[in-house]
Design a protein around this ligand. Structure first.
Ligand code: CO
Length: 511
């Protein structure tokens, strides 16, 4: 083992509850333990990201900006970390540079210290503005590689990305394994190769969906990893992460000792054990291990949600077909890593391919945009026929997509002259939910009101506004993926005679 301290990032306040509890953990349940978390010895505490911002505004009637400030009061010395989707910020499209810059300034002002930035396609041009801005503000840039496996990805691909991320100014680099695909030996080789080429410390973020998690972390340590993402035990494993205490105890007294205090961790674990019970109704039904993830490459939360939604629409018998179709669509689109927003795009196209019983009979607008280069450069070649059908002779975009976007801030300020910039960002990122959010901010949501406890789980889903015309069994249907949400989910709603029987709601959380 390399003789160095392992730094731990605790993800309980962001990815862990996003993976296990539909991102519903409220600030009120974070504050009582925050002071203790602040002195546990973590390198950083991840507590913000796209889904947490979205869930605060959409479901919790909470001001996401205020959460940062409230937590800061309780843990003044902790490093606060957030996950940022590069030019997509916390949303699902590319934003103009002026929005990206202003957003990062506001986040830094509110108290974010470490910005982990990634692009779903690993098109690093989409990280240029975010990295430059975070650097200018004197904050920590952690450039992230979206890890995947495919015929067009190999160790060399990821090493080159790491070298470029360091060149662009990353203070640390993260291997972001959002679906838990990274096998122990692959991790060892990848980390060794990256470490041979870059000087900045390396972090690993992984999930336990495939069951690799804990073993992969051990092998990563042997390869010289410096930083690991862990979740306090009651919020660990399954679709979440390796447990903090296990990693800390495993390394205790070795040359890789984390320096974390197990007694404090034990108190934090006890607290979250109790808190988790309060969120039982939001729990993912997928909490175990599924090796199929290596083929599907989709996050566990996505499977259970697909399952629930297809069940509700009496279309559960199509689930296996959809799951098998996802890797084929991904291949056709040049093997993008599956992470927001590409995971949603590939998923929706797979559903359309299955329910219409003809592949690409209906091509979603987002699929077209991806093929047109509007999200950036795809890792591999797009299927020739599909490309021809979508482009129809048109040249795909080859520049950085945001180069074609007009500034947006002035227009937003003109439209909402009474709002401060933090509130303006809610409009910029989530225009459909903003009005309801401003109306309900501060009110206890009905799902947390004991008198109105709902029994079913309403997960968090990204917005995918589109309309499709679909013909099923000779009947024509209008399929709408709503601008807003149906029960918190973007829906593929079939309207027509057989609407009740053929509707498919398709959705899943992001990772
Ligand atoms: Co994750």
């Amino acid at each position: 083992m390399s003789g160095h301290k392992i730094f731990i990032t605790e993800v309980a306040l962001r990815d862990a509850h996003q993976s296990l509890l539909a991102t519903r953990l409220r600030t009120v349940d974070m504050l009582p333990i925050a002071e203790k978390m602040g002195r546990a010895g973590y390198w950083s505490v991840e507590m913000w990201g796209g889904a947490t911002f979205d869930a605060c505004a959409r479901f919790l009637n909470e001001d996401p900006w205020e959460r940062i400030r409230l937590l800061r009061k309780e843990m003044p010395d902790a490093r606060f970390q957030m996950l940022l989707r590069g030019q997509n910020l916390l949303g699902y499209r590319h934003y103009a540079d002026d929005v990206v810059v202003r957003f990062i300034e506001l986040a830094a002002d509110a108290g974010i210290d470490v910005f982990r930035v990634f692009d779903a396609l690993n098109d690093l041009r989409n990280l240029a503005t975010t990295i430059t801005t975070v650097k200018r503000l004197g904050k920590h840039v952690q450039g992230a590689i979206s890890y995947t496996t495919s015929p067009v990805h190999d160790v060399k691909t990821f090493v080159e990305l790491a070298v470029e991320l360091e060149r662009m100014g990353s203070d640390t680099i993260c291997i972001k394994d959002m679906a838990g695909l990274l096998a122990p030996e692959a991790a060892y080789e990848l980390i060794r190769e990256i470490k041979a080429r870059v000087k900045v410390p390396l972090a690993l973020h992984s999930h336990c969906t495939s069951g690799f998690g804990n073993i992969t972390y051990m092998r990563a340590i042997q390869a010289g990893i410096e930083m690991l993402d862990c979740a306090i035990s009651p919020l660990s494993q399954g679709t979440a992460h390796p447990p903090t205490e296990t990693i800390v105890a495993m390394l205790k007294g070795t040359e890789n000792d984390t320096g974390l205090n197990l007694d404090v961790l034990s108190e934090i674990a006890k607290y979250f054990g109790e808190v988790r019970k309060k969120y039982k109704k939001f729990e993912s039904s997928f909490t175990g291990v599924d090796m199929n993830i290596l083929r599907w490459q989709i996050p566990g939360g996505m499977i259970s949600n697909l399952e629930n939604q297809l069940k509700e629409q009496k279309a559960l018998d199509r689930l296996d077909e959809v799951l098998e179709e996802i890797p084929r669509v991904r291949r056709d689109l040049g093997y993008p890593p599956l992470v927001t927003p590409t995971s949603q795009i590939v998923g929706i196209q797979a559903v359309l391919n299955v329910i219409t019983r003809e592949r690409y009979k209906v091509i979603a607008n987002e699929t077209r945009e991806l093929i047109r280069g509007r999200y950036g450069r795809l890792p591999g070649e797009i299927d020739q026929d599909l490309k021809k059908r979508v482009l129809k002779g048109e040249e795909p975009m080859t520049c950085r997509p945001a180069d074609k976007l007009e500034p947006e801030m002035a227009r937003l300020r003109g439209k909402f002259p009474d709002l401060g910039d933090e509130d303006l960002m809610v409009h910029a990122l989530f225009p459909q939910i903003a009005p309801k959010y401003f109306e309900n901010r501060g009110k206890v949501p009905p799902e947390f009101d004991e008198e109105h406890t709902v029994s079913h789980h309403k997960p968090l889903y990204p917005q995918m506004p589109s309309t499709y015309h679909v013909s099923v069994n000779g009947k024509s249907y209008n399929v709408v993926v709503e601008n807003g949400f149906v029960d918190g989910a973007p829906a593929l709603n079939f309207t027509g005679e057989d609407a009740a029987n053929t509707g498919v709601m398709f959705n899943y959380p992001d990772f």
